[in-house]
Design a protein around this ligand. Structure first.
Ligand code: CMP
Length: 569
């Protein structure tokens, strides 16, 4: 094989095998992720046959992590997290601390250093968002209160791990590791290094949260306005990867953190759903390569060499961690059913564990065998995770049947349910305020647009901006220069010319005459009711008319008709 085709062969063989093994895993009732890991093992250097380039695989995996974290950020909802904060924040932090301590103690009993134990403990303490979301989706439980608690809990874990990823390089030397690739680490005192790191992260987060919401939605909007789907996808990817890469270079924060914040900022835009949809296929593809590359690093021999350690780690992930989580949920005063659900959800490890372990190895904190043990634990726990859920569901059912057995924590749970419902309502209200029409509603109310294809309708809606008005508001003043076109979504208005008024209602539009003729506004338009409009700016509207001459003809005909009416009266 030529050296210069190694990237192509890696991607081709990687995708093909990942598909085959993923399909088999699915057929066996396992998450496809198990299949991706296995395909990685097959093309890895520890098994005979084709060996792919591990260095390239690592870089592709890095892209996968960036896109994955961008997706996590896009779906991150602060109000959802706020609703479950009382259980998710103490729960996740408590569980990380206890599970890390157990993991570290276990590793030290094998004669490992404290630094190695710490990395192992942290890796074992965090569950995989990907595995959790897939498991919840399969059970239709993403939107249930327990499902949302589990997701919130995991987001707190993810955030804590992002912090760990930033801090490990800083503390590497103090923990007995090396400076890794970062020659500057350790140059200053430990305290100064931590301070510099935290200041850098703080500056980055502040910049992302202050500048981001102003710039990013604007860029996405401009891209959407071109009407080209591929430019929009490109804008999304350029922002996700560009911010991740740029922030890593400028601020020294991890790719993962940069991409996560890019997602959080993009989620504020009304176009976030479109951004999520357009980045999803690539996110899926690169996430697969991430799992394949992790599998490539795995040496299956570890199961024969260290069977007891593998079992101990798998036990800690599946039972130790679950028991800790269950105990914390009960201690916080929530019902056993929530505890069981969270425990099952957390009884696995995944992407963050691999990233942490990889980092630990590059800073010479973790022995290579540590990564193998973590990978073995991940493979076992992900494979057996459906069993954990089934067990938790059984126990839940048994508790329900037992009279009074489920009374503990019911009050707190009801409170939580209320808060979650309120958060959902707020999110829905916020979405409604942004939303003007769905493509279907657009055609239903304005038959004018029936000629457009589905995609053209979507593009048109992107141009719309929602506006509300109270009764009696003057929307258009006669003689003014035209700057907007109005579509009435709800309510009634009156166009007044001299003594005459012309009522217009939902499904009508106004403001077209001046835009078409280039003359000043021909009438006063005043609301007579509570109204909601979808508005389009003058340049956008003109551009739209230029692209669709048929629609222009129809609108111009109505404008001419209205003009005639005004002259006659
Ligand atoms: P424009 O001239 O841009 O601003 C005022 C708007 O009132 C005008 O566009 C029309 O949309 C609307 N309008 C003017 N005259 C009439 C009419 N006779 N019937 C209905 N709407 C009218």
């Amino acid at each position: 094989m030529h050296h210069d085709t190694s990237l192509i062969s890696l991607i081709a063989v990687g995708f093909a095998l990942a598909f085959i093994f993923g399909f088999i895993a699915c057929r066996l009732g396992l998450p496809p992720l198990v299949g991706y890991l296995v395909s990685g093992i097959v093309i890895g250097s520890y098994t005979p046959g084709f060996v792919a380039d591990a260095h390239l695989a690592g870089q592709l995996a890095e892209i996968g992590v960036m896109l994955l974290m961008f997706g996590v950020g896009l779906h991150f909802s602060i109000s959802d997290l706020a609703a479950v904060r009382r259980i998710a924040i103490p729960g996740a932090i408590g569980q990380i601390v206890i599970a890390t301590a157990i993991g570290a103690a276990m590793a030290m009993s094998w004669g490992w250093t404290f630094g190695a134990g710490l990395v192992l403990g942290l890796s074992v303490s965090v569950a995989s968002t990907v595995v959790l979301l897939k498991a919840l989706e399969e059970r239709n439980a993403v939107d249930t209160p327990n499902g949302r608690v589990a997701v919130g809990w995991l987001i707190v874990e993810d955030l804590a791990m992002v912090l760990a990823l930033v801090l490990i390089p800083t503390f590497a030397v103090a923990l007995g590791g090396s400076t890794g690739d970062d020659a500057h680490a350790g140059e200053h005192g430990l305290f100064a290094t931590v301070a510099i790191t935290l200041v850098k992260v703080g500056a980055f987060v502040a910049l992302a949260l202050v500048v981001g919401p102003r710039v990013m939605p604007w860029i996405l909007r401009q891209a959407a306005r071109t009407g080209s789907r591929e430019l929009f996808t490109l804008a999304t990817l350029a922002l996700a990867l560009g911010i991740a890469f740029g922030s890593a270079k400028l601020f020294g924060v991890s790719f993962a953190l940069g991409a996560f914040f890019a997602g959080v900022v993009a989620s504020e835009s009304s176009l976030s759903h479109k951004a999520a949809a357009s980045s999803l296929p690539l996110q899926d593809a690169f996430a697969v390569l991430f799992f394949v590359s992790v599998g490539m690093l795995f040496d299956p021999g570890v199961i024969l060499r260290e069977p007891w350690q593998v079992l101990a780690i798998a036990g800690l992930i599946m039972f130790g961690k679950s028991l800790v989580a269950f105990g914390i949920v009960l201690a916080l005063g929530y019902p056993a059913s929530t505890g069981l659900m969270v425990s099952a959800a957390l009884a696995q490890i995944g992407e963050f564990s691999f990233i942490l372990a990889g980092l630990g190895i590059s800073y010479k904190l973790l022995p290579a065998e540590g990564l193998n043990l973590i990978l073995a634990g991940a493979l076992l726990s992900i494979t057996l995770n459906p069993l954990c859920f089934a067990g938790a569901e059984r126990l839940c059912g048994w508790l329900k049947r037992r009279k009074g057995g489920n009374a503990w924590g019911e009050k707190k749970f009801a409170l939580l349910e209320g808060e979650l419902a309120a958060a959902k309502e707020r999110a829905a209200a916020k979405a409604a305020a942004h939303k003007t029409f769905t493509p279907e509603e657009l055609v239903e109310r304005f038959p004018l647009f029936a000629k457009l294809t589905a995609e053209q309708r979507e593009v048109l809606i992107v141009h719309f901006e929602a506006r509300e008005a109270d009764p009696g508001e003057r929307i258009i003043r006669k003689g003014d220069v035209a700057d907007m076109m109005y579509f009435i979504a709800e309510g009634q208005v009156e166009a007044t010319v001299g003594e005459n008024s012309f009522p217009l209602a939902a499904g009508d539009f106004f403001g077209e005459m001046a835009l078409i003729t280039g003359e000043p506004r021909s009438a006063d338009v005043t609301t007579v009711d509570y109204c909601r409009f979808a508005t389009v700016s003058a340049p956008d509207f003109r551009q739209f008319l230029k692209r669709f001459p048929d629609i222009r003809t129809e609108i111009a005909a109505l404008a001419a008709e209205r003009g005639r009416m005004n002259r006659q009266e």
